[in-house]
Design a binder for this molecule. Structure first.
Ligand code: PMP
Length: 361
């Protein structure tokens, strides 16, 4: 028997038919495709961090409960004291843990469409059905359609990114609350972009028995550490904690994230600069002929380019040294849409100059 026949026999068809998550090669390009914070730390802070790492015992397993890091997160993020917290190797891993706990034949994961692709992908890993309810006008959450879909499909879990990726907007709070109240199962409010947004559901934990809030330090400037956190009622989190691998947060991440969050004013200032630069970028995009930027409370902007030009503009930017995300191939409401991460001012200038040149061709 050849290896391919063995694979065909044993790997589930639903896995064989998946496409792997693709990360494009950004070498040599201005990297504005992945919602990273473009800034590092001042040199004196880097020195202090390296000094902290001297005391990290690499020969020992990490503390599986990460108590020091959880305390720091509680304090810095303002997590209500009566809520539980578990950590993930990025929030991607938390999505996986939640889905594993709720998976079962015929069970449904629901979100809006378009939204963060990992909800759909991880539902597929667990052979769950995925239902994406189309967003309404201006990428608003269509409350009636969403509630009707929940009645029809009884989702075990609903993921709502607040603000949403890739659209960048934050849904109306009343619509979110109506969905949480009507949901038959768990609602995960994914606040990956909280550092750039004007509202949060952290303060609403405890008001609803089916609400948990997921966050990440990735967009805050610590994407390389891989750290996400889930906050919510103990009854849910103690179940999810059983599926979390015991040593999922390594010693370097535990020490580095606790250090970084103890110095969060540096990260906060960076987020404030990104928010300011987002507004300048938004204005500059709105002045470009034929370009429609959508309102954003995240560290990226979704924009629509003239009809039929999505792929050409994306390739033209790349050939001019700028990598952003082309959403046009996803079609539907994202046809001719591109997503650009807010970079440093010089990177944003490079992007705008390249875009002007491509559109002028
Ligand atoms: N949620 C949303 C809405 C995201 O856009 C992303 C990353 N693009 C994530 C979660 C995953 O973040 P992490 O780096 O913590 O896995």
């Amino acid at each position: 028997m050849t290896d391919t026949t063995l694979v065909a026999r044993w790997v589930r068809p639903s896995i064989r038919s998946l496409a792997a998550y693709h990360v494009p090669d950004a070498s040599g390009l201005v990297k504005l495709d992945a919602m990273e914070n473009p800034y590092h730390w001042p040199p004196e802070l880097v020195d202090a961090w390296l000094e902290t790492l001297r005391n990290v015992a690499l020969n020992r397993y990490p503390d599986p409960r990460s108590p020091q890091l959880i305390d720091t997160l509680r304090r810095v993020a303002g997590i209500p004291a009566d809520q539980s917290v578990i950590l993930g190797n990025g929030s991607d891993e938390l999505i996986q843990v939640i889905i594993m706990a709720l998976a079962g034949p015929g069970r449904v994961v629901m979100s809006v469409e378009p939204s963060f692709v990992m909800y759909r992908m991880i539902a597929g890993y667990a052979d769950m059905d995925y239902v994406g309810v189309p967003l309404g006008e201006g990428f608003a959450l269509d409350r009636e359609a969403f509630i009707a879909a929940m009645q029809a499909h009884e989702p075990a879990v609903v993921f709502l990114a607040y603000p949403n990726n890739p659209t960048g907007n934050r849904f109306a709070r009343e619509d979110m609350e109506a969905v949480i109240e009507a949901a038959p199962g768990l609602v995960v409010v994914d606040e990956a972009y909280a550092p750039f947004a004007d509202d949060s559901f952290l303060g609403d934990l405890g008001r609803y028995p089916n609400l948990v809030v997921m966050r990440t330090v990735s967009k805050q400037g610590l994407a390389g550490l891989r750290l996400g956190y889930l906050c919510g009622p103990r009854a849910w989190l103690e179940q999810f904690d059983k599926l979390r691998l015991p040593y999922n947060i390594n010693v370097l991440t535990q020490a580095s994230a606790a250090f970084a969050l103890d110095h969060h004013t540096v990260l906060d200032e960076q987020a404030a600069a990104i928010r300011r630069d987002r507004e300048s970028l938004m204005q500059a995009l709105a002045e470009m002929p034929g370009v429609i930027p959508y309102p954003s409370e995240a560290n990226f902007i979704l924009c629509r380019v003239p009809a039929g030009q999505g792929d050409r503009v994306f390739e033209g930017l790349k050939s001019r040294g700028v990598l952003i995300k082309n959403l046009s191939p996803q079609g539907g409401p994202l046809t001719d849409c591109l997503r650009v991460t807010v970079g440093r001012p010089d990177e944003n200038e490079r992007f705008l100059a390249a875009l002007g040149s491509v559109l002028g061709q």
